[in-house]
Design a binder for this molecule. Structure first.
Ligand SMILES: C[S@@+](CC[C@H](N)C(=O)[O-])C[C@H]1O[C@@H](n2cnc3c(N)ncnc32)[C@H](O)[C@@H]1O
Length: 248
């Protein structure tokens, strides 16, 4: 089954599964970074925008948003949230646009969808080319080389409302074939209006070191700053989630 086929069923439950996420804190952090770097324009590209929650919130803050994602089922949900954002199907490695952007965001581990260094280099180069001079790119790194063990194992979470119950078992582990690939597999049970269904959603993600990413960004012309988990504190080796800001 392709991701598109799977997400025909599953995309509408994505926001429920992640209903506890702190989108507002992330948007507030990005707003502060935009101010601190004195970015003038307001054209924001949200790459790997998923169901468009960030895009809607950035739009509410007065940015002009373009949302791009490879999965049209996710984009369908995003389009229902706001008519003002232009949502386009495309990939972070190859999306081209005549219009240049002042800000590019790529959030919630989406950068780890680059499966190897070569793909990551293509993506970073593409981000650089899509930006105006003085523009910035902001992304988080969810899976970090050297810290794999911290995120390995099985996890269980649930969501419940009237007529809808979701239970998800997640299993995260390094691939046996390639230590630089992480397998993130999810078994999702959904009881929607009395009907029970389940799906298996498998993801292969690339693992990169913080230094490795910084070096690729610098080689492509970015000045790089790294922050600690959507706060304005500097990233240290103890930080959980590094947030990269590349300034063109
Ligand atoms: C973990 S979700 C993050 C979505 C969203 N940014 C958020 O914060 O909820 C990852 C998203 O990346 C998209 N994606 C995966 N590979 C991609 C690629 N190469 N280019 C663009 N989007 C991609 C998936 O379709 C999915 O919507």
């Amino acid at each position: 089954m392709t991701k598109e086929q799977l997400y025909k069923k599953y995309a509408k439950f994505y926001d429920k599964v992640y209903s506890k996420r702190k989108y507002d804190e992330e948007v507030k952090f990005i707003n502060s970074i935009v101010k601190n770097f004195r970015v003038k324009g307001k054209n924001l590209l949200d790459m790997a925008c998923g169901t468009g929650t960030h895009a809607k919130k950035f739009d509410d803050k007065g940015f002009q948003i373009t949302g791009v994602d490879v999965n049209s089922e996710m984009l369908k949900i995003a389009k229902k949230k706001t008519k003002k954002v232009s949502f386009i199907k495309g990939s972070m490695q190859s999306f081209k646009s005549k219009k240049k952007f002042d800000i590019i965001t790529c959030l919630f581990t989406a950068i780890n969808y680059n499966k190897n260094i070569s793909e990551l280099k293509t993506t970073i180069k593409n981000f650089y080319n899509l930006l105006n001079k003085n523009g910035i790119v902001i992304f988080d790194l969810g899976l970090i080389k050297g810290k794999e063990n911290k995120k390995t194992g099985a996890f269980f979470d649930t969501y419940s409302e009237k007529n809808l119950q979701i239970a998800r078992i997640s299993h995260l582990s390094q691939s046996g074939d390639n230590p630089d690939i992480y397998n993130a597999n999810f078994l999702i049970f959904i009881k929607d209006k009395g009907k029970v269904d389940f799906e298996i959603d498998e993801h292969e993600l690339g693992i990169f070191s913080v230094e490795g990413i910084k070096s690729i960004m610098e080689k492509n012309g970015f000045d790089v700053k790294i922050y600690d988990d959507f706060s304005l504190k500097k990233y240290t080796k103890k930080s959980k989630r590094p947030i990269f800001v590349g300034h063109k």
